[in-house]
Design a protein around this ligand. Structure first.
Ligand SMILES: [Zn+2]
Length: 195
């Protein structure tokens, strides 16, 4: 049949297009589609990866006075990758749950933008902690003072992985005049700090 070769070609192109769509498809969800999943990668690998991802966006976050947020993803073998990094506002960053085929979120991360005396930005916020606990995933937070925090959703605690100046620091940053920042906070302790 004369028509057969072109039909075959069209079908082949359709098949290729379909494969392309499936490979490229990523599900954007409002909630963590893999909530509570145990990562294959170790805690220390994920923390090191999150630290690099945050270090990469700190300067931009200070210059634009905005929060940036994203997800650390892993494949079935535990190879880590960074999702797209999303731009937020001065004190907020909406995280779309991006879940490409064969990749799973293992942690959230976000910066706290530029230094602003009005915000208690050297510690994770109660909203940060409630969000990670709710989505059952660990989270990493970088502050204008260069601190790196980990929110452990299972222990429901925020731990300072490294202190002031360990990441890039906003030149406008001034240490807390009202004093101390603890090494760790439970959610009730944070609620007490940020009434
Ligand atoms: Zn935050």
């Amino acid at each position: 049949m004369r028509g057969a070769p072109s039909h075959t070609l069209v079908l082949a192109l359709c098949a290729l297009a379909w494969v392309g769509i499936v490979i490229n498809s990523a599900i954007y969800a409002r909630e963590n589609p893999h909530s509570g999943r145990d990562p294959v990668a170790s805690d220390s690998e994920i923390a090191a990866f999150a630290r690099t991802a945050l270090e990469d966006v700190q300067q931009r976050s200070f210059a634009e006075r905005k929060e940036y947020c994203g997800l650390i993803l892993e494949d079935d073998a535990g190879n880590l990758a960074v999702s797209a990094v999303f731009e937020g506002y001065e004190a907020e960053c909406q995280l779309p749950w991006l879940s490409p085929m064969g990749q799973y979120p293992v942690a959230t991360f976000h910066t706290h933008g530029a230094y602003n005396f009005d915000y208690d930005s050297e510690v994770p916020s109660t909203v940060d902690m409630e969000a990670d606990i709710g989505e059952q995933i660990d989270g990493f937070v970088a502050t204008p003072g260069g601190r790196l925090w980990k929110i452990d959703w299972e222990d429901e605690v925020a731990v300072q992985l490294c202190g002031e100046g360990c990441l890039a620091t906003d030149p406008r940053y001034r240490p807390e005049p009202q004093g101390g920042i603890a090494q760790r906070y439970t959610l009730p302790e944070l609620q007490q700090r940020q009434p």
